[in-house]
Write a protein that binds this ligand. Sequence first.
Ligand code: SF4
Length: 469
Amino acid sequence: MAEEIKLDISPMYEGERIRKGDLWVELGGPKADGFELSLATPMDQIEDGKVTVVGPDLGETAEGTTMPFGMVFKVGGEKIEKDLESIIERRNHALLSYISGLMHLNQRYDIWMRIGTNLKKKGVTSWTQIYKPVIDLYKAEMPFIEKMEITIYTDPAEVKKQLANAMAVYAARDERAKGLHDEDVDVFYGCTLCQAFAPTSACVVTPDRPSLCGAITWFDGRAAAKVDPEGPQFPIEKGTAIDAIAGEYEAINQMAEQRSGGEYSVMKLYTFFDAPHTSCGCFETIGFYMPEVDGIGIADRDFKGAAPNGLPFSTMAGQTGGGKQVVGFLGMGVLYYFSPKFLQADGGWDRIVWMSKGLKERVKAGIPEAMFPKIATEADATDIESLKKFLLKVDHPVVNGVSRPVDGAKITEGWKFEDIDDDMKEKVIAFIEATGGDIDTEAVKAKLGMSEGQFMQVVEALQADGVLE
Ligand code: SF4
């Protein structure tokens, strides 16, 4: 049994970063499996205060190691219901970060933790010495938890097995959330849990606009606000929408202004462009606007290459996070891709031009059938030029202009040239001569790499020059 060690635990350590030079062990993250799971469990099946380690313990781990890691928290109490599982699980982000020498990022299957060498210097040799105080911390912060038992997994095969179980639990939670819509409820929920990392961040969780971290559904928000009214999740009376298509509500604007300390005063739920939702940094996926094609791409954390805009996920995440409204980038949760209101003000799926392949497959059921083959992945397009060719070939809505499905309003004009140079004119003249004036749209796209609208722009310029009648 490892001796008890007094750790430095305080909210002031929340947000502490552990850099490479101070790193003892890295857990999960981009290079290893990692997960966290809380399970509401009957009281008689919990051995209160117990911590079990399955696999090598911390003291057996060499400095600089990256390893798979999983943690399962069994929680019980009279007030504990299934909907509180996610809330307790998500509180890891704050409470584990209270420990000096421990950094916790992300959520669910995406956790990324670092243990600093300062804990080694303190004499820590076992996960038990870290997680026993964590149990006390949870009980102090969430008094409705009456019993708690933790199992830590470090054995790689066991982490894989338990991760698969956890994925099934997350999927069941998400399935439940998909059946409910914004029209069905009078209350949305706000969440400011991530303000320690992103001080102006204020999330809104609605049935049709699930959390960007993917860890909190509307049901979870409701359960948390009920059991812990002073906690980071709180109700927002929905009221009447100012703009139902963009998802603008007076109550959300007021909340945003108040909780962001006046940083912004308008926050709309279903748009990418005009006063979008803030992005704290915990987002499961990132959306990015590409003006060259007037469309939006989306990458997930597993995508390791550069997107067609030339940027990898990590660079875009750096530009997007911090709790600001960043026009051109938006953090989004995976569940949002199944929402009927997904970016509906901007054309929804008709505006999506590129997705990382793994993500596209994962959310296939949420993508309208007609749009699925029109969205490129890294297998189809790796830069703007190859993306343009793909979009022309599949006749993507952005090419000739998007009429948004929600109300039929035409919201983009389609591709247009800003300047028409002599080279373009010569190509079009040669094309017209070769076809004998019998213009076929497919041939224009394939041979000239232009949309119909762009071709007509050049024809009109040639007419203005007096070259064509
Ligand atoms: S990302 Fe938003 S919803 Fe998720 S825990 Fe952080 S503040 Fe809450």
